[in-house]
Ligand binder design. Structure first.
Ligand SMILES: Cc1cc2nc3c(=O)[nH]c(=O)nc-3n(C[C@H](O)[C@H](O)[C@H](O)COP(=O)(O)OP(=O)(O)OC[C@H]3O[C@@H](n4cnc5c(N)ncnc54)[C@H](O)[C@@H]3O)c2cc1C
Length: 306
C-alpha cells in the first residue's frame, strides 16, 4: 500500500508527467496496458478478443475535462464509439465504460447528467450497456446519485463499487435497490484513511464480502480482479451456492493476466476485458504502475539497457 501511495503521489508532479509522456522508454509498457490511441485499434482489439469468446468494454481514456465544451466533445466521442460497436459483427459482446468527469462532472452535475443521458439514449436502441467507472472518493456520492436518477429511464447503465471505501455497504444497498448491475473492484485512487481502508488484508476481505453479496443478489454483477486467491475463494462460494456461470462475469484489464482470462473462459465463465485506448493515457497508466512494483522494475531495466 505504501508503494502504491508513493507512486500515485509522485505521478501528480508536473515534471514527472511531462517526462513520462515524452520519453520513449515508457512506450512498450504503455502499449501493454493501452490498446493504442485510436478507436480503430480499440475495436480491432475487441474483435480479436471476441473471436476467442471474450467480452470487452471500451474505455476512451480521458477524465476531468476543463470546460463544458470539452465535456460535449467527450460525449460526441463516446457516441461515436457506440455507433461503431453497433456496426460490429460482435456487438453483443462489446459495451463501454465512461468517466463522469469526462462528461463534465467538475463543471456541474446538471452538465454531466445531460451529457450522460444523451449518451445513454444513443446506446439504448442498440442494447449497449454503459458503465460509469468509479473515480476518486470526492465523486462517489455524485456518481451513485446520478445512477439513481437516470436508471429508471435508462436501465442500460450501472456503476462500480470500490472495496477500499468505508461507505461501501450503504452504497451497495442503494444500487441493489434499483436494482442495477454493479462492478466490484478494490479501488485504484490515492485516498485518505478517513474514507478508505489502508490495510490490504482489510480491502481484500471487504472485496470478498461485497462480491459474495452481489453474487447472491443476482443482478449480473461484474467481479473485476486479477487476484487469483480471491478468484479461487469466490469460485468455491459460487459452487457452494449453486450460482450459475452465466449469471455474472469476471472482468480483467487489457494486458493483465491474459492466461487467467483465457482459462476462465475455457471453463465456460463469462469474462470481459476492459480495453482502454486514446491519447490521454497518463492517469490510467500511473494507476496501473502503482499496482505492481514489478512494472517499475521493467522500466528500470529498460533505462539501464540504453
Ligand atoms: C475491469 C476492471 C475495471 C476497473 N474499474 C475501476 C474503477 O472504475 N475504479 C477504480 O477505482 N478501480 C477500477 N479498477 C482497478 C481496481 O480498483 C484495482 O486497482 C486493480 O484491479 C488491481 O487490483 P486487483 O483486484 O487485481 O488486486 P491486486 O491485489 O492489486 O493484484 C492481484 C494480482 O493481480 C496482478 N495485477 C494487478 N494489477 C496489476 C498491474 N497493474 N500490472 C500487472 N499485474 C497486476 C498481479 O499479479 C497481482 O499480484 C478496475 C479493475 C478492473 C479489472
Amino acid at each position: 500500500m505504501l508503494f502504491r501511495s508513493l507512486i500515485l503521489a509522485v505521478s501528480r508532479w508536473r515534471p514527472i508527467r511531462s517526462m513520462v509522456t515524452r520519453s520513449r522508454i515508457f512506450r512498450p509498457l504503455v502499449s501493454r496496458f493501452v490498446a493504442g490511441e485510436s478507436l480503430d485499434s480499440a475495436i480491432a482489439s475487441a474483435e480479436a478478443l471476441a473471436a476467442e469468446g471474450l467480452f470487452s468494454t471500451l474505455d476512451l481514456l480521458g477524465e476531468n475535462v476543463a470546460t463544458v465544451e470539452e465535456a460535449a466533445q467527450a460525449r460526441e466521442a463516446y457516441i461515436e464509439v457506440v455507433n461503431r460497436i453497433a456496426k460490429s459483427p460482435h456487438r453483443d459482446l462489446i459495451n463501454i465504460s465512461i468517466k463522469l468527469t469526462a462528461l463534465g462532472l467538475d463543471q456541474g452535475e446538471d452538465v454531466a447528467e445531460a451529457n450522460f443521458k444523451q449518451l445513454l439514449a444513443a446506446a439504448q436502441p442498440h442494447n449497449i450497456f454503459v458503465r460509469a467507472d468509479m473515480e476518486a472518493s470526492e465523486y462517489t456520492e455524485r456518481t451513485v446519485a446520478m445512477i439513481e436518477r437516470v436508471h429508471a429511464e435508462y436501465p442500460n447503465t450501472g456503476t462500480v463499487m470500490q472495496s477500499y471505501l468505508k461507505r461501501l455497504d450503504g452504497d451497495l444497498t442503494r444500487l441493489l435497490a434499483l436494482p442495477t448491475r454493479v462492478r466490484i473492484v478494490k479501488g485504484a485512487y490515492l485516498e485518505p484513511e478517513t474514507v478508505a481502508y489502508q490495510d490490504k488484508a482489510v480491502v481484500d476481505q471487504k472485496y470478498v464480502e461485497a462480491a459474495q453479496r452481489l453474487l447472491k443478489a443476482g443482478h449480473y454483477p461484474a467481479i473485476a480482479t486479477h487476484d487469483e486467491a480471491i478468484i479461487q475463494s469466490l469460485r468455491g462460494f459460487i459452487k457452494k451456492e449453486g450460482i450459475a456461470k452465466e449469471s455474472f462475469e469476471w472482468q480483467m484489464l487489457y494486458g493483465i493476466r491474459r492466461d487467467l482470462q483465457s482459462s476462465l473462459r475455457a471453463e465456460g465463465f463469462n469474462v470481459r476485458v476492459y480495453i482502454p485506448y486514446g491519447e490521454q493515457w497518463y492517469p490510467y497508466f500511473t494507476r496501473r504502475l502503482a499496482e505492481r512494483p514489478a512494472n517499475l522494475i521493467f522500466i528500470a531495466k529498460a533505462t539501464f539497457r540504453k
